[in-house]
Design a protein around this ligand. Structure first.
Ligand code: NAP
Length: 339
């Protein structure tokens, strides 16, 4: 019997997952890991195998496949889709089998997001409500209908049943263009979601923009430091250090806060510097633009405020600040403008 730790990872061709896998490839215990990845692209699967990991070609919508892969895993790290309920519950079924067959308690590290905290501010105000990941009662006060919550709750329920230990990582607005071996090999998407979405809309309309007056506040975190958080968490679990799980297993990824006006302003100024706009002030997206660029959603006008106290308590030590984030936007605008 292999004494290696079987680790299943999803989303490794993505922004978060690629950065996390790169960290595992460089982990001092890498020789004792059997890493299996689930990817959709056969070409990328071949490239991943060349890096020393298993790659199964398939979709996480294939519930039977996900269940079977999870049933062979000691650790599952899900980084593909915070909201895919079927993929998450198939993983739970697989891990339940693992527990029944081996008597061990597998680990499930799932990626959610601080979008779970979003309100309906439409850019018009900032909230004073700040969530603390070390306060499970406050997290449980979130309505079940919040974004990501249906999946997170199933996972916490499974932990309570006792057949696995669950850890939910909730990154905020992740920023920075990812680098590293998976980007170099053309495996990983190097761009984040939220700010690039705003940048693409702003490039199209020729001016920086915001929902409402952009008074709403979001937390931010650098992509390298997000990858650190997964590793710090994994190491903490593996060394049996005190590491909250289940209802006490929420880990925010946050190292600063910004208003969406500040982001719109940085994009507006970068567009002027590139000669793609003549106005360094962001303007309010019209209802037509909200439909065109954001599928009618005013999500970018919400507040999501939190403090990553539990993440810091296990040794995560992000040093990047709001200013670093705002300063990074120019390079992101330049990169996306070239595409
Ligand atoms: N970026 C952020 O700021 C942020 C912050 C908080 C939470 N999150 C959440 O974290 C998750 C990942 O975000 P990301 O920024 O890394 O996104 P991303 O770069 O778009 O990566 C998504 C990954 O999921 C994979 N995937 C999607 N559908 C799949 C399927 N049916 N079967 C197998 N793999 C599938 C993609 O594979 P392909 O390469 O085949 O497309 C890719 O590897 C999302 O749920 C996102 O909402 C992101």
């Amino acid at each position: 019997m292999s004494s290696k730790t079987n680790i299943l990872m999803t989303g490794v061709t993505g922004y978060i997952g690629g950065s996390v896998l790169a960290r595992f490839l460089a982990h001092p215990d890498f020789p004792s890991f059997n890493i299996t990845t689930l990817v959709r692209s056969p070409e990328k699967a071949e490239k991943l195998k060349a890096l020393g990991v298993e790659a199964v070609v398939g979709s996480h919508s294939d519930e039977k496949l996900v269940e079977a892969l999870a049933a062979k895993s000691d650790v599952v790290i899900a980084m593909a889709d915070a909201d895919n309920y079927e993929a998450a519950t198939a993983t739970l079924r697989g891990l339940k089998k693992r527990n029944a067959e081996t008597g061990t308690t597998p680990i499930f590290i799932h990626t959610s997001g601080t979008g779970v905290l979003a309100d309906n501010a439409k850019g018009d105000f900032h909230t004073e409500t700040i969530y603390n990941d070390a306060d499970p009662d406050q997290i449980e006060s979130l309505p079940d209908t919040q974004l990501h919550r249906n999946v997170d709750l199933e996972i916490v329920r499974a932990d309570k049943e006792g057949y696995l230990k669950s850890y939910i990582v909730l990154p905020s607005t992740i920023w920075g263009i990812a680098t590293g071996v998976l980007v170099e090999k053309g495996i990983q998407n190097p761009h984040s979601l939220q700010v690039p979405l705003l940048i693409r809309a702003s490039l199209d309309r020729g001016r920086g923009g915001m929902v409402g007056t952009g008074k709403n506040i979001w937390p931010n975190v650098n992509i390298e430091e997000v990858a650190d958080l997964y590793i710090v968490l994994f190491n903490s679990i593996c060394t049996n250090a005190p590491t909250g799980h289940g209802r006490e297993g929420f880990y925010f990824g946050e190292s600063g806060e910004h208003t969406m006006y500040e982001v719109g302003k940085a994009i507006a100024e970068a567009l002027v510097a590139l000669g793609r706009s003549d106005n360094p002030e962001p303007s309010t997206f019209t209802p037509e633009e909200i439909n065109k660029y954001f599928e009618g959603s005013t999500y970018l006008g919400t507040n999501s405020r939190c403090r990553a106290n539990r993440s810091r308590a296990i040794g995560w030590n992000p040093v990047k600040t709001k200013d670093d984030f705002i300063a990074s936007i120019k390079a992101e605008v330049e990169a996306l403008a070239r595409k």
